[in-house]
Write a protein that binds this ligand. Structure first.
Ligand SMILES: [Zn+2]
Length: 242
């Protein structure tokens, strides 16, 4: 009967969708794996940059200590020793030079500090991204290469089968089936169990139940009975029809 054909068609259609989803998920999971590896490479680069900045910072610190000591030394000499005016002038010039050099090194220190903070921010961002990607990947069901290849191979035949079955349906039934398929994610038919629509869980009116048990066998779309609540085509398995 028409309704049995629609039910079978729906099973095939759902199988097809599920296989398609599996392939999409495995594509997504391999692209996520690539992204995670890229993020880790980036983290490695950033961390080595951070090490460079730390080393640079230590060097600048040493240089500053050295300069401060020299300035101090010169200042002490100026205060203590009796010296010619000429010597005093030279010493003052030296101090001026040292002070200027010190200022430059201090500027370099502050630049280095800001660059280092920037790298640290980037590291934090990359770590958060890697964590987010890892969570996304973990949420995807994993399939092995063999089953993925088998699924990919089976899809064209399945698609052909679905198409040829659809083409054999009466036009009106085909249109209803296709429209409802779009509306209900590929599942336009709802099974009836215990006088209830399995999709919307509403108990069907007596009139509908009677019609379900008395479907004609003339294969027309007029014979399709729809749930008054959700609109799906109702399917009573054969044993329930008798
Ligand atoms: Zn329903």
């Amino acid at each position: 009967m028409l309704i049995d054909k629609l039910w079978e068609l729906q099973e095939l259609q759902l199988d097809y969708r599920q296989k398609q989803r599996l392939l999409e998920e495995s594509d997504l999971s391999s692209s996520l794996t690539t992204k995670i590896a890229e993020t880790h490479d980036r983290l490695t680069t950033l961390q080595s940059q951070l090490e460079d900045f730390k080393a640079q910072e230590a060097k600048i610190g040493e240089k500053l200590d050295e300069l401060s000591a020299k300035v101090h030394e010169a200042g002490a000499k100026l205060g203590k020793e009796e010296m010619s005016e000429d010597k005093v002038q030279k010493l003052e010039e030296k101090m001026k030079k040292l002070t200027l050099e010190k200022e430059k090194v201090e500027e370099a220190q502050s630049r280095n500090f800001h660059d280092r903070q920037d790298i640290e921010d980037q590291i934090r961002a990359a770590e958060m991204l890697a964590e987010k990607l890892r969570k996304e990947l973990a949420a995807i069901p994993q399939s092995d290469d063999v089953s993925r290849a088998a699924v990919k191979k089976s899809l064209p035949a399945l698609e052909k089968d679905i198409r040829s079955r659809k083409d054999k349906l009466p036009l009106k039934a085909k249109l209803i089936f296709e429209n409802l398929s779009e509306k209900f994610s590929g599942a336009p038919v709802a099974r009836v169990t215990s006088s209830t629509c399995e999709y919307c869980h509403v108990r069907l009116p007596q009139k509908t139940l009677v019609s379900l048990h008395n479907v004609g066998s003339d294969e027309g779309a007029e014979d399709l009975i729809r749930c008054e609540i959700c609109g799906k085509i109702l399917y009573a398995p054969t044993k329930d029809r008798e």
